[in-house]
Design a protein around this ligand. Structure first.
Ligand code: BEZ
Length: 250
């Protein structure tokens, strides 16, 4: 499922995470949208990148698990539907499928890739950027440490999978998508404050905590991470590693 364990508020999301789409322009360039093409934006969020792709001449259909995000995308003038990467209703329909910062939320990556391959026309392109091997390593480790120090918080369930180049290449090739380009790109990313990041993205991990426990969780993560991810001159940054790829349906 897309973003299966998180809930999304477009206003809050946009305020603290505009970087998610702003920094994804190299992936849009890799997509090379062309006039008249039909392109699926999988995990379209509030539609910022769908708009950019339409500006370059293609017709975009957005899909996102969040009804709020789909509404926000619709308000941007983009056709969009609620849906999941693991259950797409399309066959041989798209010239290209694009996805940014979403596929690491999908634990059933093979099912997602099968759905993507099915939805593409023969010769169609799949271009994506997702968290790759080592992504947000310090962040995830800190969250896990706080859970281990507070047995009353319950079990730490990591909702993300950050694949390696080898793993994802093998997966794409085995589902009939020939990999043309794939690379892991370390991209430390400036954010406004780690507490806001945890508010927005750690929901899947913290959903069973009481409001008081959640505040403790955030404060303790912040304490652990201050030494690792904060610098006086530049502020907070997250240790992102992007897996960027292009594959073509055979
Ligand atoms: C990412 O884009 O790498 C990411 C976003 C939210 C949670 C984890 C990873």
């Amino acid at each position: 499922m897309i973003k299966e364990t998180n809930s999304w508020n477009p206003k809050k999301y946009n305020k603290h995470t505009a970087f998610v789409s702003q920094l994804a322009m190299p992936a849009v360039d890799l997509l090379e949208p062309k006039n008249g093409e039909q392109i699926l934006d999988l995990g379209c969020g509030e539609g910022a990148l769908a708009l950019e792709i339409e500006k370059r001449g293609a017709k975009v259909i957005g899909v996102d698990l969040s009804e709020e995000m789909v509404k926000a995308t619709g308000a941007n003038g983009i056709e969009a539907y609620v849906g999941t990467a693991t259950d797409l209703p399309y066959s041989d329909e798209f010239d290209a499928i694009f996805s940014n910062a979403m596929l690491h939320w999908v634990k059933e990556s093979r099912v997602a890739v099968q759905n993507i391959a099915k939805a593409l026309k023969r010769g169609g392109r799949f271009v994506a950027e997702l968290g790759g091997e080592g992504n947000a390593y310090k962040l995830v480790k800190a969250m896990q440490e706080v859970f281990e120090n507070h047995k009353e918080f319950g079990t730490f369930n990591n909702p993300w999978h950050f694949p390696s180049v080898q793993e994802y290449s093998d997966l794409l090739n085995s589902e009939g998508l020939r990999v043309e380009y794939i690379e892991l790109i370390p991209r430390p990313t400036l954010i406004d404050d780690i507490s806001n990041w945890l508010d927005i993205f750690a929901n899947g991990i913290t959903k069973d905590l009481t409001p008081g426990q959640f505040e403790i969780f955030k404060l303790e993560c912040r304490d652990i991470l201050k030494e690792q991810l904060y610098a006086k001159e530049s502020g907070w940054s997250v240790d992102y590693v992007r897996l960027r790829l292009k594959a073509v349906k055979l």
